[in-house]
Write a protein that binds this ligand. Structure first.
Ligand SMILES: *Cc1c(COP(=O)(O)O)cnc(C)c1O
Length: 433
């Protein structure tokens, strides 16, 4: 029996790279025909409850009519136009919103096409700023271990050296200064020894360091570490004291995910440069932004180059900007704080996983839930556990020893329960081995 619209999995396997996979031993991919609300529809007929929000991005779920309508309206006027020498309403309205919702000192917006690129731009801003001040020694970055900032080279150079396999690119990758990852947990006591240790690094290296780059409050792809806001506050203080810029990478944490609109708010600090992406368009289009202060922007603009040396072809893409405007409005129009709180309460059903021998830790923050397996249990067999999850009607994609949920904000209680139960059953039944 021939079926309409069959997705050619054989071609896919032969010719198409997927994220972080081998071309000869790829793990299976599941053919999706459409997604709606928090449900992913497979071509094979299964319906999966989404636990991943497409890597932090689809906060309003899929196929949201308000975002769709905004995009259709934009397509009907223009889906793209160059940003060099031209501006348009969707970009202007979006940047107004961004300036409004991010920390008050951040006033200048650079629109880029992906999170990694916004990190590249942030790094360029920092380097160009110090050059503009006549300081030529600040050529390095400082960053904690366990960070993740993207896959392009400059971004990769500040990712955890082990997770991002720096050794593969040694000799090519710039070498930066790594400091210990934050240890004190969110919600527990802050250990002052961490502050003192961090200060030693600033003391020793500040004359070479252009910027300290960190994911605020949650180190995401590098280990789902929820750390104490005092660590971030301390980093802010040391940056100011030692003339180092602070870059906060809010690409994963932004737009409410941790319970605050931006995670920097947990520590009541303002970075010099901030990157946002992922949920910016509600997961509908790729778009990111790097936002900085008057001081940095004016410095760069009055420096030797006189301009910021960056300008992607699809900068300020109108379609993405229109989607982002709609997504931000959707978020702010609702009592999102209450929504995130309720999701957090539901995600605490993961706590029962603590009773399983293979579980080292269970933690939740905002709309993020994490189950970490013990070293003895080892890394998850992703292909195997994913097959089990699909059988259970859920979409969850673990990495390493971490099985985690970051569901769309529109997920109902029953969906979260199903997701939490699936994780418990997968570990109890050892479906990850
Ligand atoms: C995903 C992510 C990036 C990279 O964004 P891309 O859009 O994948 O390039 C950078 N930083 C953090 C914290 C991220 O989670």
């Amino acid at each position: 029996m021939s079926k309409k619209n069959t997705i050619d999995l054989d071609f896919d396997r032969q010719h198409i790279w997927h994220p972080y996979t081998s071309m000869t031993q790829p793990i299976p991919v599941y053919p999706v025909t459409h997604a709606n609300h928090n449900i992913i529809h497979l071509e094979t007929g299964e319906q999966l409850i989404d636990g991943m929000a497409s890597w932090w991005s689809a906060i309003h779920g899929y196929n949201h009519p308000v975002i769709n309508n905004a995009m259709v309206e934009q397509i009907n006027s223009m889906s793209h136009i160059m940003f060099g020498g031209i501006t348009h309403n969707s970009a202007v309205e979006l940047c107004k919103k961004i300036v409004n919702i991010t920390p008050p000192s951040l006033t200048k917006v650079f629109l880029a096409d992906s999170g990694s690129v916004s990190v590249e731009v942030a790094i360029k801003m920092a380097l160009q700023y110090w050059l503009s001040q006549g300081i030529t020694t600040k050529q390095k970055l400082m960053t904690p271990y366990k960070g993740y900032h993207g896959d392009t080279f400059a971004a990769m150079s500040v990712c955890d050296p082990v997770n991002s396999m720096h050794s593969l690119y040694s000799g090519f990758l710039p070498e930066h200064i790594f400091v210990p990852a934050p240890v004190s947990k969110f919600g527990s006591q802050f250990n002052q020894a961490e502050a003192l240790e961090l200060e030693e690094y600033f003391k020793a290296h500040h004359s070479q360091v252009a910027a300290f780059i960190i994911e605020p409050i949650v180190q995401n792809a590098g280990g789902m570490n929820f750390y104490h806001p005092d660590y971030l506050a301390c980093a802010r203080k040391l940056c100011t004291q030692y003339n180092v810029l602070l870059i906060c990478d809010e690409i994963a944490t932004g737009f409410g995910r941790t319970g605050k609109l931006f995670a920097v708010e947990h520590a009541n600090i303002e970075p010099d440069i901030m990157c946002i992406g992922k949920a910016l368009t509600g997961g509908s289009m790729t778009l990111s932004a790097t936002i900085t202060s008057d001081k940095i922007a004016i410095g760069i603009s009055e420096g030797e180059a006189g301009v910021l040396m960056h300008g992607p072809t699809f900068m300020g893409n109108p379609l993405a900007c229109a989607a982002a405007c709609a997504s931000i409005d959707l978020l702010l129009e609702q009592n999102w704080q209450q929504r995130i709180k309720q999701l957090n309460t539901q995600l605490q059903q993961l706590n029962k996983c603590s009773e399983l021998d293979d579980v080292a830790d269970v933690r939740t923050l905002g709309a993020i839930g994490v189950v970490e397996l013990t070293d003895k249990a080892g890394n998850v067999n992703v292909a195997k556990i994913q097959a089990y999850f699909v059988e259970q009607g859920v979409w969850i994609r673990p990495f390493g020893k971490l099985i985690y949920l970051m569901p769309p904000y529109i997920s109902d209680d029953a969906s979260i329960k199903t997701l939490c139960d699936a994780i418990y059953n997968a570990i109890e039944g050892k479906h990850y081995v």
